[in-house]
Design a protein around this ligand. Structure first.
Ligand SMILES: C[S@@+](CC[C@H](N)C(=O)[O-])C[C@H]1O[C@@H](n2cnc3c(N)ncnc32)[C@H](O)[C@@H]1O
Length: 276
């Protein structure tokens, strides 16, 4: 579909939290944008790059909290692109990895809005890295699977075949997995994964508040509970955890994430949803 001649929406990956992990392109767009639409998992220091004059909309979704419905977010993006030259849709990590970036890009294209994706550093690689854990290693197999543990988000999506994954993937990187962790670990063991497989969980990777547990699969859920780890967290399962090189892990950045309340919102409520 040809575009309307309005502005461009950039689906920008903010990275996992540490502002130093922003890409150069993301930083440039944030500094130049006329409007910003952003989620919860972005620290204030990143949002502070945006000009004060830019219109800002918070559309964050947090488990157990009010969330802006996806159609409203889509409508906001289309509307903003009609009034602004450069609209940044900022998403934690990478926009195309469990970030609904694909849905938003398709919606914008359908509505004739120019859209470009700006990949970001995903939490599933960065959070383990901040413990010194590589997500692949030649001595630890040849495959890794990025998988969501939060299956009920969208009933239209088929549920994850954990038993199948136990047999087919050397390493697993699980997003949004804390709430289902006991079930996930049980299913992986039932699928044939050795209960003593190395496993780790990292809360708030790359930022202040980073905490982790490292252990074995059969004890992971209990260890996470005892350590009181909370979302956002990444779980890594597989021999890669044993390839950890602790001394290469960077210090987490001294920034808070997720941000507790939206900052400097010019319009607190999303714009009305337009049909289509
Ligand atoms: C909706 S997904 C978005 C993932 C994002 N698009 C990415 O590429 O990292 C949100 C989940 O990502 C993970 N996550 C995001 N940031 C994280 C961080 N700094 N530390 C640990 N996990 C994080 C958590 O599993 C969280 O529940």
């Amino acid at each position: 579909m040809s575009t309307t001649g309005g502005g461009t929406v950039y689906l920008v990956g903010a990275g996992p939290g540490d502002p130093d992990l922003l890409t150069v392109k993301a930083q440039r767009l944030l500094q130049q944008c006329d409007a910003l639409v952003y989620d919860s998992l972005v620290p204030r220091e990143v949002l502070a790059l945006v000009p004060e004059s830019a219109e800002k909309h918070f559309v964050g979704k947090r488990r157990g909290h009010h969330s802006v419905p996806q159609p409203s977010t889509n409508a906001v993006l289309v509307e903003l692109a009609g009034r602004h030259r450069c609209v940044v849709r900022l998403k934690g990590g990478d926009p195309f990895l469990f970030g609904r970036g694909g849905e938003e890009a398709a919606h914008l294209e359908r509505h004739g809005v120019a859209v470009q994706v700006v990949p970001g550093v995903t939490a599933g690689i960065a959070a383990p890295a901040y413990l010194g854990i590589p997500v692949t290693h030649r001595r630890a197999g040849s495959s890794v699977t990025f998988v969501t543990g939060h299956e009920e988000i969208d009933k239209r999506r088929p549920s994850v075949d954990w038993r199948g994954l136990a047999r087919s993937s050397d390493g697993l990187v699980i997003y949004m997995g804390l709430h289902n962790l006991a079930h996930i670990c049980e299913e992986l063991i039932a699928g044939g994964l050795d209960p003593s497989t190395p496993a780790a969980a990292v809360q708030q990777g790359t930022v202040r508040g980073q905490r982790s547990v490292i252990g074995v699969l059969e004890e992971l859920a209990q260890a996470v509970q005892q350590a009181d780890l909370a979302s956002p967290a990444i779980v890594v399962i597989g021999e890669v955890v044993n390839q950890r090189v602790e001394t290469c892990a960077p210090e987490p950045a001294a920034v808070e994430m997720p941000i507790p309340i939206p900052i400097a919102i010019t319009q607190a409520e999303p714009l009305p949803v337009k049909p289509g």
